[in-house]
Write a protein that binds this ligand. Sequence first.
Ligand SMILES: [Zn+2]
Length: 88
Amino acid sequence: MRRIRIKQTTGTTVPGFENGNGQRVVRDTGFASESFPGQRVYHLRCRRCEFQYGANGTDILKRLCPRCQGGARGERLRDPGPSLFAEI
Ligand SMILES: [Zn+2]
């Protein structure tokens, strides 16, 4: 298990968390957010349209889907792919 160093009391960054809008946390990408210093980018997925995008940790709770709910554009998802960053 990777340790999560960002302080969060609400648990919104835990994979599997789903906010009130049906936006679900898939995983912590480990990349720094480009829009919110000190935060990381989390991989979210919309339950309604299956759209996947990145969001910083402070954003998750109120996130709306960029595609079907008119939410703000998501952050870039930089998926390194399983072969490059494979964890032992
Ligand atoms: Zn959607």
